[in-house]
Design a protein around this ligand. Structure first.
Ligand SMILES: Nc1ncnc2c1ncn2[C@@H]1O[C@H](COP(=O)(O)OP(=O)(O)OP(=O)(O)O)[C@@H](O)[C@H]1O
Ligand SMILES: [Mg+2]
Length: 376
């Protein structure tokens, strides 16, 4: 039986049914991996960490979660560390001993209880030759019958980067032979990159996981949040106002929570005032300004063009516009948009769609850019 697990965040809207659906599909045994995608800030990570993982634990799975975007500079050590945390504490020490690794801190942890969080990653990052074999060994540790693990790889599109091909291949090989014991959920905000990862025959994870949209939060979520607000506020919030606000905030739970927060602080001003303040904040965020300031002029221009819906960035008229925006009196070189797009993809600001089309990753940033255009 799945025990409901109390969430530490009182504002978390639990999604036990969705978690159950995922685990049941794994139980049936036809698929051992799933890929899910949704735009940014739609609640993927919160669902994975606060609903799916606790539900899996309650069903007896060992669980490991890794956000690959946070780990993008050294994903292999971080993965090793996440997997070793999923094992019993003694496991890693035994493993290091058996492999006769030069990992001093890991060995020392056999004497002192536990290994400080992060110290394994740091040690492995200094010693990349050890991380690969350790990963294979760790996965082998899950071969015992009845030992089940759920591995959640958040921001999985990072694995599609050329720099991480080796990791992707060895991970796939390691997981392939253990489909009975290790179930994997891949999540990410870049649908096109994930599609490429699972849909292209040259990619290591080709055909490995069915990819589907993440079920978004909707009316039920809004109503549940409204009743939490109404338990606290002397000024009742209506479902109707809250639903209108949710829609105006592009159905984005993160922005909706900001709105509720604002409503609770200034309830006497009413819902429209809270919505207006939230829109001002999220679509004109200071953080966008910081990102913007750090970009090269060509990258800024390309972003503005994308926000306006221009797709064919290599065409002559667009390069003419780009050229004049950059103070040239001729079209920008063909390399200019190409290099800008590469940099913007590396920064996770832009995603490549098929047919050479590109799109901004973040709706709120796109809206901010369009407003910027109006102001100047
Ligand atoms: N189930 C939920 N209950 C309450 N609030 C939620 C829920 N899911 C998401 N939120 C709100 O939305 C925010 C963003 O969610 P989350 O970080 O999970 O999005 P994400 O889809 O992983 O985004 P990104 O692609 O940027 O990583 C959370 O910090 C929280 O404020
Ligand atoms: Mg996330």
């Amino acid at each position: 039986m799945t025990k409901p697990i109390a969430s530490a965040d009182p504002w978390h809207y639990p999604r036990p049914e969705l978690a159950k659906k995922y685990l049941e599909i794994f139980d049936i045994g036809l698929t051992s991996a799933r890929g899910l995608f949704a735009k940014r800030r739609m609640g993927k990570s919160e669902f994975l960490e606060q609903d799916l993982i606790p539900a899996a634990q309650a069903k007896g799975y060992l669980t490991a979660y890794l956000n690959l975007w946070d780990a993008r500079t050294h994903p292999t050590p971080s993965l090793v560390s996440a997997l070793s945390r999923a094992m019993e504490p003694k496991g890693l020490f035994k493993l290091a001993k058996r492999l006769n690794t030069p990992l001093k801190k890991v060995k020392a942890s056999g004497k002192v209880p536990g290994l400080a969080e992060g110290s394994l990653e740091a040690e492995l990052a200094d010693d990349p030759a050890v991380a690969g074999p350790l990963l294979s060994e760790l996965l082998r540790g899950f071969d015992k019958p009845g030992k089940r693990m759920l591995l959640v790889l958040d921001e999985a599109q990072v694995l599609a980067a050329p720099a991480h091909t080796e990791l992707a291949h060895s991970l796939r090989a390691g997981l392939d032979s253990r489909k009975q014991n290790i179930k994997v959920v891949f999540a990410g905000s870049s649908e096109p990159t994930l599609r490429r990862m699972f849909g292209r025959s040259t990619e290591p994870f080709y055909n490995w996981a069915p990819l589907e949209p993440f079920e978004l939060l909707g009316t039920e979520f809004v109503k549940a949040m409204v009743s939490k607000v109404n338990n606290l506020s002397r000024y009742p919030l209506t479902d109707q106002d809250a639903l209108a606000a949710f829609l105006a905030l592009h159905n984005t739970p993160e922005f909706f929570r900001r709105y509720l927060n604002r409503y609770l602080a200034y309830a006497e001003l009413g819902s429209p005032a809270a919505l207006l303040d939230t829109q001002k904040h999220v679509f004109n965020g200071a953080n966008f300004h910081d990102i913007w300031k750090k970009l090269l002029p060509a990258d800024q221009e390309v972003l503005k063009l994308l926000a306006q819906g221009v797709t064919d960035l290599h065409s002559e008229p667009v390069r003419m516009r780009l050229g004049s925006a950059l103070g040239l009196d001729k079209p920008a070189n063909k390399n200019t948009p190409q290099h800008a797009l590469r940099r913007l993809q590396e920064e996770n600001l832009v995603a490549k769609l098929d047919y050479g089309n590109y799109q901004l990753q973040d709706d709120a940033f796109a809206e901010w850019l369009r407003n910027l255009e109006l102001e100047t």
